[in-house]
Every structure is written in C-alpha cells, then in structure tokens.
Design a protein around this ligand. Sequence first.
Ligand code: FAD
Length: 411
Amino acid sequence: MSVAKPRLVVLGTGFAGYSMLLRLPRDLYDVTLISPRNYFLFLPLLPSAVTGTVELRSIVEPVRRRLGHLRFLEAAAQSVDWERRVVRATGAVDGSAFETPFDLLVIAVGSRPHDYGIPGVSTYALRAASIEDAREIRSRILSQFARADLPGLADDEIQRLLTFAVVGGGPTGVEVAAEIHDLLREELKRAFPVLAPRARIVLLEGGARVLSQYRQALAGYAERHFRREGIEVRTQTTVAAIGPREITLKDGGTLLYGMAVWATGNAPTGFVSCLEGLPIEKGRIGVDDRLRVRGREDVFALGDCAAFGDPPLPATAQVAQTQGKYLAKQLRDRARGRAAKPFRFRPVGMLAYVGGGRALADLPHSQWSGRGAWIFWRSVYLTKLVSLPNKAKVLFDWIKAALFGRDLSRF
Ligand SMILES: Cc1cc2nc3c(=O)[nH]c(=O)nc-3n(C[C@H](O)[C@H](O)[C@H](O)COP(=O)(O)OP(=O)(O)OC[C@H]3O[C@@H](n4cnc5c(N)ncnc54)[C@H](O)[C@@H]3O)c2cc1C
C-alpha cells in the first residue's frame, strides 16, 4: 500500500519559489504551485528590457517547461483558512474561485512597488517591476518622441514631452535612467537628430546620495558618470505629488515632465496585507532561523515577502534565491526524517549598470567600476540566468543590439 505524500502548496514563481522547486526532489511531496504568472522573470535584466537592449522573451522562462511534473495552477492566492488548512485562490484568466488544501505551505509571493501614499503616483507614474511595465515604458519613450515631432508644438511643450523623470536613486532607478540614456545616445539620436539632444533625464533621490547601499566611492563614481553624460542627478529631492504634467517637490519646486518612472521602495502584495494571524513586520512576514513563519511549524515564507533576521535581510534576488535553495534542502531532509540546519546568508556583492558600457561591482573584499566592471556585470548575469535557452537568447540580444541597434518600432 502506498503512503500518501504530504501536500506541499507553493505560492509564487519568482526567485524564491522557482529556485526552491527546481531543486526539490520530485518524489517526496505532492506539490501544487500557484501563481498568477506562468513564467519566471529574471528581474535584474528588466531595466535592459525596458529599452530593448534585451528582448522581454529572453528574460522569462515558462514555468511548465522545467516544472511540468507538478500541478501548476495559474491563479492568485487570496487568503488562507488556517483552521481548514486551505488556500483560497482565484484563476488568473477568468477569476474563478477555488480552494487548495495543504499540509505544508510555502509563501513566496514577492512584493510590489511602494507609492508611500504620495498622490498621483499610481495614476501617472510608470513602474519598472513587471513585463507589462517594461513594455509600457518602452512604448511611452517612443510615443513621447512621436508626439514631440509633430508640427506646431511650442518649444516649452517639446521640452516637457522629452523630460524623462526617474524617481528613486537605488539600483533599479539608476539602471533605468542609464538604459534610457543609452537608448537616447545610441538610437534616438539617429532617428530624431533634432529632438534627441533636447531630451532630459532627471534622476530624483530623497537621500543624500544615489545607491545608498553601495560603498560611497562607487556611488560617487555613478553620480559623476551620470553628470558627465548629461543625466541630471538631484539628491535630497523628495517628491510630494505627481500630476499629469508636473511633479511637485517637497521643497515647493516643480518639474514639468513627459514620462515618470517610479522606482523606489517595496510594499507588501495584496495577499500578504490581507493575511490574518501571522506575524507581519513592516509589511513582511516574520520568520525564524529555519524560514518557518513564527508560531507555525508547517508554514514557510521566503524572498521579498519574508523578514529574516534583525535588521531583516534586504529584498534582493540574491537573498530570495539563496533562501529558495536552502528550503529545498530543508524539505528534502524533513521528508527523510533529518533535522534542518539554520539558514545562513553570506552576501556575494552587488552590481549595477550605469550606462555607456560601464558598471559598478561592490564585492565583499573589493570594489570595481568602469568597463571592466561592465564586462563582469554581463558575465555574472549571463551565468545567473536560469536556463540555457535564456542565456543564449540574452547573449544573442546583446550581440544584435551592438551590431544592428535596438528596434524602435512602437506597438
Ligand atoms: C527592476 C528590478 C531590478 C532588480 N535587480 C536586482 C538585482 O540586480 N539584483 C538583486 O539581487 N535583486 C534585484 N531586484 C530585486 C529582486 O528581483 C527581488 O528581490 C526578487 O525578485 C525577490 O524574489 P521573490 O521570489 O521574493 O519575488 P518575485 O521574484 O517578485 O516573485 C514573486 C512571485 O509571486 C507571485 N505572486 C504574487 N502574488 C501572488 C499571489 N497572491 N498568489 C500567488 N503568487 C503570487 C508573482 O507572480 C511572482 O511569480 C530587482 C528588482 C526589480 C523590480
């Protein structure tokens, strides 16, 4: 007589959930994976996809390709009934509601951009956190040029249309500004020789410097490089509101803009905000040293939605992926009756692209900037991409962009 395997329900196909499932042996659990996205998205290359340096399809991996052996439900979890031990969810395509029972639950639903309640952010600013966002930004940049190119526009209206504001001087904001600048310098200058020199990129940062998590010298390099390239960096500049044409700053100043990208802060997803009976700390689920949700033996949380340690580890792909690998091992040991060791995280460093074929590498025992760091940045991302087809596609995209330029069709 065969013994029923424990029912393991995993929520999320991001860095944490996907890397965990890729390493979990197939025969130990009866696994159900629930996520509204039927693909894994390699977010660190999203800023490059915004401008078409790499194509969107090169940085996604369909979940069913490598995880076809388990039950995958394309749906969003809505709530958990802890008494009955079921996840309530709704289908991603038609919204139909259903329940899935579990013995063990893994919550890896990530986070979403935080608007800090600032008026107008969700209405007027674009985000850089999903495939849809990347497609929208790319199309919007091209639309701004198409609009500014029409006859009869006043000079100051052209200037407004071609002002690209990026809010947030963290790695995402810096990389988005750098990629937009590359697009301007390398492609739009040829397509719009009169308009492109008038375009402005303005990076707004509330703190004293950009890239506050990086060493001071590297952040200084990024700021100097941006200024040299004509990207305006405004530090200690906090946004108070965003209107359809104007950003209002806390100091009372204003910035007329054509496109604004909001790239700052993480907020809990709707699902995490609605969870009852769990220890939620600053929007993240508190976990113990084995990634178990505090007070619950059979529920785990990892990645951006989990708060591990004091202060909590940062919300990065590196942390999420390491936690995913750790949990796969822990669940394997658990199924075989072995005790789990505590989770440990050793950072391997941070990278950021700053445009013009230059990058920063902030490593535990060294720091690096410029062209060499850019080659390192590209090699690291190429090796980190999860599948061989994605590695090949990204490499091909880079070669294609270098030889033939990026595609400027707007659709
Ligand atoms: C533009 C950008 C660039 C970045 N660059 C870097 C970088 O260079 N280096 C780095 O270390 N980090 C980087 N990060 C941060 C990194 O991507 C995140 O920390 C990482 O993705 C977190 O992994 P995760 O699995 O927790 O969440 P995610 O990867 O966001 O995955 C969350 C998953 O949960 C699913 N989900 C959401 N809601 C539900 C629900 N209700 N039910 C079921 N599933 C749900 C989503 O569809 C998704 O599949 C970047 C982030 C962004 C946005």
